[in-house]
Design a protein. Structure first.
Length: 190
């Protein structure tokens, strides 16, 4: 099974929050994993990540300004900050957890003869519970900074790929070197 593991870990306690196996690291994979995270835990104050182009724009975007990526736009709309690490050492707990996961999780999957992404994702909560029992540290305070997803925050709408385009006076718009003509609709009398 060839896949990528997306790891969400609580930096303060080293507690695994979520493991999600995906075909490849992409914005859509992070949409899927982050949505599952939000539905299970609520909204964190911030995510800490590497400087992959999914999290940090490598060039200025004309779609959302400020060099925002699609993933960054979603987090902005959900009022979740994203901080990008400058070095892998700065992501110490995640990097150490990844080393442990590459050893322990791979062995667990082999022992259980799990060889599909679906089966691995189904096994992940059991592994997380066992891992956290053994390795997570108790928090200094029991306060959970996660906030609930509000009713007006439509996750179906937020976790979509969006592009901004301007409609010309002739009811056309351009996208990837193609001009689209919008069909004119006149209001109907009721």
């Amino acid at each position: 099974m060839h896949c990528t593991l997306l790891v969400f870990i609580d930096d303060a306690t080293s507690r695994l929050m979520q493991l999600h196996f995906v075909p490849t690291e992409s914005a859509f994979a992070y949409f899927e994993a982050t949505r599952a995270y939000l539905e299970q835990h609520g909204k964190p104050v911030a995510f800490y990540s590497d400087k992959a182009s999914i999290f940090r724009a490598v060039r200025v975007s004309t779609d959302f300004g400020r060099g925002t990526t699609q993933f960054g736009r979603v987090l902005f709309e959900l009022n979740i900050d994203i901080m990008c690490a400058n070095t892998s050492q700065a992501k110490g707990r995640v990097e150490r957890a990844n080393l442990t996961l590459q050893d322990r999780l791979v062995r667990e999957l082999r022992l259980r003869e799990i060889n599909t992404r679906e089966a691995a994702n189904a096994f992940a909560p059991h592994f997380i519970a066992d891992f956290n029992t053994r390795f997570a540290k108790a928090p200094l305070r029991e306060f959970d900074a996660h906030r609930p997803v509000r009713d007006d925050e439509d996750l179906d709408l937020l976790f979509t790929w969006r592009l901004q385009r301007k409609v010309s006076l002739s009811l056309t718009l351009r996208h990837e070197r193609t001009i689209y003509l919008l069909k004119e609709r006149w209001p109907t009398a009721s």
